[in-house]
Design a protein around this ligand. Structure first.
Ligand SMILES: [Zn+2]
Length: 361
């Protein structure tokens, strides 16, 4: 059996369902794009200093500083060149890390400051992903990217973004999402967008149960009909540990598990945003042992200074997982992807299982 270290983890075929395009830029790209577009508000002027600033701002526990990190990345993603480059490098970086399938999300409405239309924004990002997939293929790496279009939950454009997602459904967009501050912005405010997606036989996920607890998860499932839960860590609020040490599930936790609703868990990010106080207290392990459909995700690779391999390594170091555990979480993710069933099955049978079999030996 191959030793479970970072270099072996990078060779394992990995699947990523929850990753934000504007949270995964290379620090040097932020600097170069800022220089090219005349953006002069960056807090550092070398790549290492900027990388440190992003991580510390995200770590600070201050929501203001956390949001400021995205103000900088979004500021340099307003032009066709900037959008295309960020998407291309995203695909290449993930392929380099051994990710074979990823669903990357972004909010088109945040990239209109230089006059691009919503459609143009999506077109540029899709071009970038295609270029990144091709560049990876030349190096012998195979990655497929599906795009999720995100609407901001405090804004009023969710129906428009859902329609945009359907317009591009045959060109690489595989689903829809809403993101942003949960408190005060319940997902039910965006019901018409979800109804439109359901009416179009299309998939969506909802950021819910990260900062906010069970009501947010309940609404996302019961009223909105979400296919997956973005984070969903707070489902543990509905699980109590009985006097005999046996976990007891409430009706909502049972429902999520019964219906195999995937949880897009993002261990490092959940600690950074304070959804969980420390990795060793992350409910990932409890949820995995209870056989919820858990998946491992990065959320924001730049802010958390992480990668899929890193997230898996942290889980291995914290909870003692082995290859068969990691394979299960990877297959969980692939089963939960928004591409058609036959394509998911093909990736599981032809890429994931053979890839892990080599590592298990
Ligand atoms: Zn997220």
């Amino acid at each position: 059996m191959t030793a479970l270290d970072l270099s072996a983890l990078r060779r394992a075929p990995k699947v990523l369902l929850h990753d934000h395009l504007d949270g995964g830029l290379r620090p040097e790209t932020v600097l170069e794009l800022a220089r090219d577009c005349g953006y002069d508000a960056l807090p550092a002027d070398t790549a290492p200093a900027l990388a440190t600033w992003f991580r510390e701002a995200a770590d600070s526990g201050s929501l203001e500083r956390y949001l400021e990190t995205f103000a900088h990345t979004v500021a340099v993603m307003q032009t066709p060149v900037g959008l295309e480059r960020v998407a291309r490098e995203c695909a290449e970086d993930l392929a380099d890390d051994g990710v074979v399938y990823a669903e990357i999300r972004f909010a088109p409405e945040q990239h209109l400051e230089e006059g691009l239309t919503l459609d143009e924004v999506v077109e540029q990002v899709l071009l970038g992903f295609e270029a990144g997939e091709s560049a990876a293929e030349v190096r012998g790496q195979n990655i497929r990217i599906g795009v999720l279009l995100t609407a901001m939950r405090h804004a009023a454009r969710s129906r428009e973004i859902a329609e945009l997602a359907i317009r591009f459904r045959d060109r690489g967009v595989v689903g829809f999402d809403i993101a942003g501050a949960e408190a005060g912005n319940p997902p039910s405010r965006h019901l018409d967008a979800f109804e439109y997606m359901r009416g179009s036989n299309a998939h969506f996920t909802i950021h819910a149960g990260e900062a906010f607890g069970l009501p947010s998860i309940h609404e996302a499932i019961a009223f909105c009909g979400t296919d997956r839960l973005g984070h969903g860590v707070r489902i543990t609020d509905d699980i109590t540990i009985g006097p005999d040490g046996v976990p007891v599930l409430g009706t909502l936790a049972n429902y999520v598990r019964d219906k195999r609703i995937p949880l897009e868990l993002c261990p490092s990010s959940n600690v950074q945003t304070g959804a969980v106080d420390a990795l060793e207290n992350h409910p990932f392990d409890l949820l995995a042992r209870l056989r919820f459909r858990v998946t491992v995700n990065t959320d924001n690779r730049l802010m958390s200074d992480t990668s899929m391999s890193q997230e898996m390594l942290r889980l291995v170091e914290t909870f003692g997982y082995g290859w068969t555990d990691l394979e299960r979480y990877t297959i969980n993710a692939m089963k939960s992807a928004f591409i058609p069933f036959d394509q998911r099955l093909q990736l599981i049978d032809e890429v994931i299982k053979p890839g892990f079999a080599v590592l298990v030996g």
